[in-house]
Design a protein around this ligand. Structure first.
Ligand code: URA
Length: 422
């Protein structure tokens, strides 16, 4: 094969053959297809698309570019992936909950980039906790405790690592076949028997409209089926932050409340909805996750999961050096609390990073003291901005401009799960 022929075929609207796909991904991973050639191909795919068959093969070739984690555990394995949101700490209560219900959850996660938070950054705010585990440690912890949240090993889908970095700088991220194959190559390589996808839509999500999110959800489920991994997608709202906490340590604290049987209603609702789908895929639908969550038993699993990775579940979490309070500008009902605005503000306060490799502030973030639908008085505190670097507050306030609206009427829908795609 010659790369130029593969690029030309897609540029002209053709369908790539299995052999062309296998060759181009393999050769790109080895460095035999140049970055400029893969950029051109990614742009051709962005503009022309790929069929479901091409997308499944592309995913398979990315999986085969690296290793598959062979998870030899006695329980059924099932994992969850979220397309990313603001205040999306769901993995933290969900993994120990589903483990307590009898499944094993291998949750290989990432760090935040941009306005969305990263699960590993949140957990690293727990003193002593470590994200890097060997395959042996992952398997042992899964067998003994049933839940592992850790960093993806280097060998998983290396083609995706290279291609994602390239897409990031060539305006080719927002392509449904490329996003779907990127997500699924990593998740299938991880080896879980079932997969539940939380596909978010709204201002704080990657896919701003429900139509785009639905299309992505279908593409993800089709790839899962093509690779023999039972996959379900929930389409969920990300127009407003999930729960009250956005950031790192604040999200851990809120997750612990949920694990102890309390916490915000929306976080509990989404955690239970995702747990039900995961348990159904694991063949454990007779267990009621809502009951298990309310019992506090999942909190015990959380403590074991954190301790196994060197963390102290009882240690005090980092506290911010500075808190700035944002007040309601008038009396009324909070009608908008825009997820993107709050996410960017938390990021500016130091909860996220501008470049890969930057340090995050564990204590930085936002606490929402009121949420859409809540009645507030003029001057009542609605947000607390947490940071170690108060000089960042003006940038956070600028990001929040227009993002919090108090009006006469409550026009908000507080439906979290919008649809289920199987
Ligand atoms: N997340 C991924 O892993 N890949 C994408 O392409 C987009 C989001």
């Amino acid at each position: 094969f010659a790369a130029v022929d593969v690029i030309r075929a897609k540029r002209d609207g053709g369908t790539l053959t299995d052999e062309q796909i296998d060759w181009v991904i393999g050769a790109y991973t080895r460095g035999a297809v140049a970055e400029e050639q893969m950029s051109a191909l990614a742009m051709a795919i962005f503009l022309r698309g790929m069929t479901a068959v091409e997308t499944a093969r592309w995913t398979g070739a990315m999986i085969d570019s690296g290793e598959r984690l062979a998870l030899k555990v006695s329980r059924p394995t099932v994992d969850k992936h979220s397309t990313g949101g603001v205040g999306d700490k769901i993995t933290l209560p969900l993994a120990p909950l589903v483990a307590t219900c009898g499944a094993a959850v291998p949750q290989l996660s990432g760090r935040g980039l941009g306005h969305t938070g990263g699960t590993l950054d949140k957990l690293e705010s727990i003193p002593g906790w470590r994200a890097e585990l060997s395959t042996g440690e992952i398997t042992r912890q899964l067998d003994e405790i049933g839940a592992v949240v850790c960093a993806a090993t280097e060998g998983l889908a290396p083609a995706d690592r290279k291609l994602y970095a390239l897409r990031d700088v060539t305006a080719t991220v927002e392509s449904i076949p490329l996003i779907a194959s990127s997500i699924m190559s990593k998740k299938i390589a991880e080896g879980a028997g079932g997969l539940v996808l939380d596909v978010k839509t709204g201002s704080g999500a990657f896919m701003k409209t429900p139509e785009q999110a639905r299309e992505l959800a279908h593409a993800l489920v089709e790839i899962g089926s093509a690779h023999g991994v039972a996959t379900t997608a929930l389409l969920t709202d990300m127009g407003t932050p999930l729960g009250s906490a956005v950031g790192n340590a604040v999200e851990v604290a809120e997750s612990v409340e949920v694990l102890k049987g309390g916490g915000p209603r929306d976080v509990v609702e989404l955690t239970v909805a995702l747990a039900r789908e995961m348990l159904a895929l694991a063949g454990l639908s007779d267990v009621d996750p809502a009951e298990v969550l309310a019992s506090g038993l999942a909190y015990e699993t959380w403590c074991r999961m954190i301790s196994a990775q060197g963390g102290d579940p009882d240690a005090a979490l980092p506290a911010p050096k500075h808190i700035h309070v944002v007040e309601a500008d008038r009396a009324g009902i909070v009608s908008t609390m825009d997820a993107y605005a709050v996410g960017v503000a938390a990021w500016r306060l130091g909860a996220g990073r501008a470049r890969r490799g930057d340090a995050v502030q564990y204590a930085a973030g936002i606490r929402c003291l009121a949420k859409p639908g809540d009645r507030v008085a003029a001057g009542q505190p609605v947000l607390e901005l947490h940071t170690d670097t108060p000089e960042k507050v003006p940038a956070a306030l600028a990001a929040l401009e227009g993002g919090i609206v108090v009006s006469e009427k409550d026009s908000t829908s507080r439906k979290i799960v919008l649809d289920t795609i199987r």
